[in-house]
Structure formats: C-alpha cells, structure tokens
Design a protein around this ligand. Structure first.
Ligand SMILES: Nc1ncnc2c1ncn2[C@@H]1O[C@H](COP(=O)(O)OP(=O)(O)OP(=O)(O)O)[C@@H](O)[C@H]1O
Ligand SMILES: C[C@@](O)(CCO)CC(=O)[O-]
Ligand SMILES: [Mg+2]
Length: 421
C-alpha cells in the first residue's frame, strides 16, 4: 500500500464561528485549492515512526518499541479499547499516558499539538505500523482561520484508517469510510484545540458547502448546500498569529461569566446562519444585499465576543470606507483571515486598490479562490511513473517548497496524480 498520499482541504466559515461550539447552526464551505498533503512511505530506519512536518520546522522520531510499551500499558487496563470506541471524547487517562511517555520533550506549542494529534490517532488507528515516515505539507496558512488543523487531522485520519485496515477502498471512498474519517478527525481536532464543534473537520472530510449543527447529545448533523453560488469575495490574511484553542477558551470564560448576555448573542448567530443558508441556497439580485447585511451583523456579534483584532478591523474599515461590501473575520479570529463579500458593482480597479493598500501598508496577503469542491482524497504513488513519484516525494519531503510548486505538482491540471475521493 505504501507509498501513498492523502489530502484534505481548508475551509471558510461564512456564518457561525464560535456559536457553532455552542450547538448553534453554522455555514462553511471547503477551499479546495488550499490543501494539506501527507506522504506516507517506508522510513529510513527500522523500529521507527518518523514525522517530517517542515511547515512548522518539526521533525521527530519515536522508536516503535517505545510506542509499543505505552500501548501495552494502555491495553492492560482496557483504556485503549475504551478510547477506540469513543469518537466523541478524548480519553483523559490515555492523554496523560501519551503526555508523560511520548510527548514530554515537546515544549513548543505548534509542535506539541501536531504531535499530540498524530500520536493519539496513531495509537488508536494503526498501532502496529512500523518503519514508516509521515511527511506533511500544506498550502494553507497555519493558525489563520482557514482550518489548517482540521485539514491535517483529516489527512492523518484517512492515512491511518488505511494503514490500520479500517478503510479498504482502493477506488473511491464510501460514505462509511467518510463517516469514519470524519469521526476520527474530530478527535484529532480535540487534541489540537480542546472543544471543536466539528464543522471544520466535516468540511475537510466531505468538501462542498454545509449547514452544520452539533446536537446536544454530541452527534453532528449537516446538510449540503447544493449549487453553492459563486460569490465575488476577497480572503485577506493578516499574518497575525493566534490560536483557536485560546480564542475558544476566552469565549467560554465570557459565556460562563455573563450567560444572560452572551447566550442570546450565540443564539442570534445561529438564527443568522439559518437565514444565511436560505439566502445562499437561492442567491439572486433581490436577496444579495441581505447576504451582505448578515455578514456585517455576524462580524459585529463576533466583535462583541472579543474575537476580533485591530489588524482585522483595518480590513473592515478599509472595505467600508471604499464601499466594497461586507467584511467579517472568518474562523476563530484574533488575527488570521477575513472574508470580504463584494457588492455586485465593485470594479476590478477598486479590488486592485484595496489589495494593494493592504499589501503595501500592512503586508497582508490575499487569496483568490473559489469555495466548495473536493473533500479528502488519496492517491497511490505506485500508480504513476517512477520518475514522477520521485519528484513528488522530493517536494513533499523538502524543508521548503513554495505553495505554487506544491499545487502545480499535486493538485492542478498539470499534475500526473489522479486523486480518489
Ligand atoms: N502544515 C502543518 N504542519 C504541522 N502542523 C500543522 C499544520 N497546519 C496546522 N497544524 C497544527 O494545527 C495548529 C493550528 O490550528 P488552529 O486550529 O489554531 O488554526 P487553524 O485551524 O488554521 O484556524 P481555524 O481553527 O480558526 O480554522 C498548529 O498549532 C499545528 O499544531
Ligand atoms: C471558532 C470555531 O467555531 C471555528 C474555527 O474554525 C471553532 C469550532 O467550531 O470548532
Ligand atoms: Mg483549527
């Protein structure tokens, strides 16, 4: 089976970030052109499980025998069996064991969370896989609100589900396969940020656009928004770093301190997401301004939750001053990215001016991308000529490879890869 590559996209939340965590509906769409790629191949050394995550300058090797000892401890009191059965919650005793025995040396937060997500999934899904190396690279900005954590959780869950024999499909993924990947990537997201709603991993697994809702019993419910309209928009990346885990826990403190103030705000966001989904299902000239209005209101409510940032307000203020449309933060906020939905009459010149002010004055980047499209996918490198496989492996293993190069060789019309999904 080895070598193979898995992949999963990022996402944009259009309505309902943060309120989604409180079981309110939310709307998100995949950003199929911004993706994480994970190469699984034989390792260089026997008895090792190696991680090569160049985007965050993280390279790590565990001896398989060392992991195996931890697995034996976890198996002894039935802990692992329990953890494997529960895809709604992390097993705290297993987390403690992994932290003590396998993650103790990792102090840097990005490294710790990526390794924690990896090792929890590994011991649950494919603990016997040995002499193996995982190289992971993404064209998504990391920690920027576009779902980088969910895309790595999904790419890892798909790879480990294949390695552990939980997914046997060699052609397209079945709906049971996707359900399995979605459940385990939710656990991966829990390792990275504590209390995810599950919207990001659902979109990274299934692709397309969804109206999502987490139910009170922990299950998730989502409907695809078919024929998702092409909306003229600009995604702006402030490059201001932040952590979803911290932002979500700050909101929780506020909600617990002032429930009578914040619960209605969260519910209001939920109503807004439902109304927004109705508009998006049937977007036309008459309701286009309603879409802009709801985006503006959603941002205002997010500001009241304390998850904006002066750097995001710069984008909002410029788009308001230039009368371009409505801007809201997207994802967890606190920096990261914003989404500007453009009015219908905005000209190319105005867009150019907006982008260049943001670039020159603030060093912000922008992404031109469509929403929707393919969710998680995989491809075997045995299925392509060896010379192409060598090039692709080198790109995925290299310390640095530009986003354009990754996209060109792995996910463009020029790529030799035929993804299965
Ligand atoms: N390419 C990558 N390589 C290694 N680790 C990554 C990569 N992308 C994401 N991560 C992990 O995900 C974490 C960032 O997740 P976080 O949820 O804070 O941001 P995000 O998912 O980009 O934004 P949001 O959750 O708002 O959509 C990092 O700490 C890191 O551990
Ligand atoms: C902030 C949040 O609502 C979205 C992060 O992309 C968290 C979540 O839903 O898991
Ligand atoms: Mg995330």
């Amino acid at each position: 089976m080895i070598p193979f590559i898995t992949s999963a996209p990022g996402k944009v939340i259009i309505f309902g970030e943060h309120s989604a965590v409180y079981n309110e509906p939310a709307v998100a769409a995949s950003v199929s052109s911004l993706r994480t790629f994970l190469l699984v191949e034989d390792g260089a050394h026997r008895d090792t499980v190696a991680l090569n995550f160049p985007d965050i300058k993280f390279h790590h090797e565990w001896r398989h025998s060392e992991i195996h000892q931890v697995i034996k401890l976890a198996e002894a009191d039935g802990l692992l069996t329990k953890a494997r059965k529960d895809t709604n919650n992390l097993s705290q005793p297993l987390v403690t064991l992994l932290e003590e025995k396998l993650l103790g040396s990792l102090k840097e937060s990005l490294h710790f969370h990526a390794a924690f997500c990896f090792i929890y999934l590994y011991v649950c899904l494919c603990p016997n896989v040995n002499h193996v190396k995982f190289s992971l690279k993404s064209t998504l900005p990391i920690g920027a609100g576009l779902g980088s954590s969910a895309s790595i959780s999904v790419a890892l869950s798909l790879a480990m589900a294949k390695l552990g024999g939980h997914i046997k499909s060699t052609e397209s993924l079945t709906s049971a396969d996707k359900k399995y990947i979605n459940s385990w990537s939710f656990i991966g997201e829990k390792c990275i940020h504590g209390t995810p709603s599950g919207i990001d991993n659902a979109v990274a697994t299934y692709g397309n656009a969804v109206l999502f809702k987490k139910e009170d019993n922990g299950s998730t419910n989502f409907q695809f928004i078919d024929n998702f309209p092409k909306i003229p928009m600009i995604l702006t990346y402030t490059r201001i770093p932040r952590s979803t885990k911290v932002l979500v826990s700050n909101v929780r403190e506020l909600v617990e301190k002032y429930p009578s103030i914040f619960k209605p705000i969260l519910q209001s966001m939920g109503h807004l997401a439902n109304d927004g989904a109705d508009i998006l299902r049937n977007l036309n000239d008459k309701n286009y301004n309603d879409l802009l209005e709801l985006v503006r209101v959603n941002h205002g409510l997010l500001v009241s939750l304390g998850v904006s940032h002066p750097g995001l307000e710069i984008i909002k203020s410029l788009s308001d001053t230039m009368d371009l449309g409505s801007t809201k933060l997207t994802g967890a906020g606190g920096g990261g990215c914003s989404l500007t939905i453009l009015k219908k009459d905005v000209t190319q010149d105005q867009i150019k001016t907006f982008k260049s002010i943001l670039k020159e004055k603030h060093n912000y980047g922008t992404y031109d991308t469509d929403l929707g499209g393919m969710g998680c996918s995989f491809v075997s490198l045995d299925s392509i000529p060896e010379k192409d496989a060598i090039v692709i492996k080198a790109i995925l293993e290299a310390r640095e490879s530009p986003r354009e190069q990754l996209t060109k060789f792995l996910f463009s019309d020029e790529s030799v890869l035929t993804w299965k999904f």
